[in-house]
Write a protein that binds this ligand. Structure first.
Ligand code: FAD
Length: 460
């Protein structure tokens, strides 16, 4: 995977010295990557604060060992600071690629007869408007963790009791479809900056400034609109300053758990160096409520937000078709994430929230703010922190696992070649195949999966 992930990337070495090292970046791929040129002054205090709290600075966090604090590159075009994303691959495509936009796949269609191995044979897809698109060789689903399972279920592949409940004939009983939903759950605290420090919030309340910054961005000059966050730390629990880690299960604990949970317990074994927690600095107000209203006394104040995301959670959710409206695949599926159901997850998010206050109160960050805006000083006890985490927590939008690459017997949906178990020529290629959540933002891994899939498909 590491080589496949590098294959996607075209890294622009920053003019500024000492912000990223040499390892973990590549220069020949289509997705442009930069270390952001716009870092607000207050954000520059984040890494020194974490170093003061005992963390290492890591200038090569993309080389497979992410532990420590550093600047994370962003997928931006160096030429104009606009986003660089999957469409960059179209420039490499041959003339035999046709892209149809505004088209929604409703179902995969199959030959009437199975092949001699008893496998389904896909013959194409049906679009929501009834158009049938034929496949000469194979069908590749890449609708993401929340939609690929829905297309499979709408097509008759999934848990037979869920399908029959929705009035869908089961063509392939595959109970893992739509199960095993995982994400990175996060919590944040928000700090009001000293009056002489402005933040990204200024674009909310100062229209003239916002227009000026937008103008700078259009001229490709350094601008607030360049901002992508991009200062991040990854930690094991023992590296978390001030954390009570008694809630962390031992990696050797209860080996009779599922393969997925066993993998997660393995990640919590500190000798693997797998991060358990991520800390992010986000300039401006990024809390759970909203920026102060225009008629309030704090309108015009500037904030920064500290975010903590738990990397490996034991609660797993599901996403399935809505039995009362299973067709077409444009209908919303039923998402049941079951966040914080497992006691470890709730305790981990509580401790994650507490550590943010520890970080905010350490120098040099502590010199920059006047008040904790969220949750505020009324939150002190563990029970209060947990209640806050449950109320104000959300996710980093990294859903994975719902068409997991695992053996069929343990709930897998696709095999090691990304082919749906029991179907001869149907693959899933997206974040849904990741069986166990990774300790990273997942997008580069998705590019790596796509690069690997391209080679698997070409080889067959
Ligand atoms: C707000 C937000 C911020 C994020 N920030 C980051 C970040 O900073 N770093 C990071 O690493 N990751 C980030 N992510 C996660 C990252 O975007 C996803 O992990 C990644 O896009 C997943 O890729 P995918 O191909 O699996 O699915 P997607 O990117 O969701 O692609 C699926 C595609 O299928 C299409 N589709 C769905 N159903 C159908 C259908 N029935 N017919 C036809 N087309 C269909 C969708 O329109 C979509 O274009 C973020 C996600 C969100 C939502």
């Amino acid at each position: 995977m590491y080589g496949a992930m590098l294959k996607a990337e075209n890294f622009s070495r920053p003019a500024e010295q000492g912000v990223y090292g040499d390892e973990g970046v590549a220069y020949d791929g289509p997705i442009q990557t930069v270390v952001n040129r716009y870092i607000p002054e207050q954000q520059l205090a984040f890494i020194p604060t974490l170093v003061n709290l005992g963390l290492q600075e890591n200038m090569e966090s993309l080389n497979g060992d992410p532990l420590g604090a550093g600047r994370q590159p962003s997928n931006l075009r160096s030429s104009d600071y606009s986003r660089s994303y999957a469409t960059q691959y179209l420039q490499l495509a041959g003339s035999n690629v046709e892209v149809v936009t505004e088209a929604t796949v409703a179902t995969v269609v199959f030959e009437n007869e199975k092949n001699s191995s008893g496998e389904l044979v896909a013959s194409g897809v049906t679009l929501a408007d009834g158009t049938v698109v034929k496949a000469r060789k194979e069908v590749v689903l890449s609708a993401g963790s929340l939609k690929s399972p829905q297309i499979l279920e709408s097509s008759g592949i999934g848990n037979s009791s869920i399908l029959s409940g929705a009035g869908i004939q089961t063509l392939l009983d595959l109970p893992g479809v739509g199960q095993n939903l995982q994400d990175h759950v996060k919590i944040q605290t928000v700090y009001q900056l000293k009056p002489n420090i402005s933040s990204f919030d200024r674009v909310r309340y100062d229209a003239a400034y916002a227009a000026q910054q937008l103008d700078l961005w259009h001229q490709n000059e350094t601008s607030a609109y360049d901002y992508t966050g991009s200062t991040i730390a990854f930690l094991t629990w023992s590296q978390v300053p001030g954390a009570n880690t008694s809630f962390v299960p031992a990696s050797s604990q209860n080996r009779s758990v599922s393969a997925i949970d066993a993998a997660k317990l393995g990640f919590l074994d500190e000798s693997t160096n797998a991060p358990a927690l991520e800390l992010l600095f986000s300039d401006g107000y990024f809390g759970a409520a909203s920026y102060p209203a225009a008629n309030s006394s704090l309108y015009g104040a500037n904030f920064f937000t500290l975010i903590a995301a738990v990397q490996h959670l034991f609660s797993t959710g599901s996403v399935h078709i809505n039995a009362s409206a299973p067709y077409p695949a444009t209908a919303d599926p039923i998402i049941d994430p079951r966040y914080l159901e497992h006691p470890y997850d709730a305790a981990a998010l509580r401790e994650a929230a507490k550590v943010l206050r520890v970080v905010a109160n350490a120098p040099p960050l502590s010199d920059l703010w006047v008040a904790e805006y969220e949750p505020g000083n009324e939150v002190q006890t563990d029970d209060e922190w947990e209640a806050y985490a449950r109320k104000a927590g959300s996710t980093l939008f990294h859903p994975t696992g719902t068409c997991a690459m695992m053996e069929r017997a343990i709930g897998g949906v696709v095999d090691g070649k990304l082919k749906v178990h029991g179907a001869a020529n149907l693959r899933v290629v997206d974040a849904s195949i990741i069986p166990v959540q990774i300790s990273a933002h997942i997008q580069t891994a998705v590019y790596g999966i796509a690069e690997r899939a391209a080679r698997l498909i070409a080889a067959s």
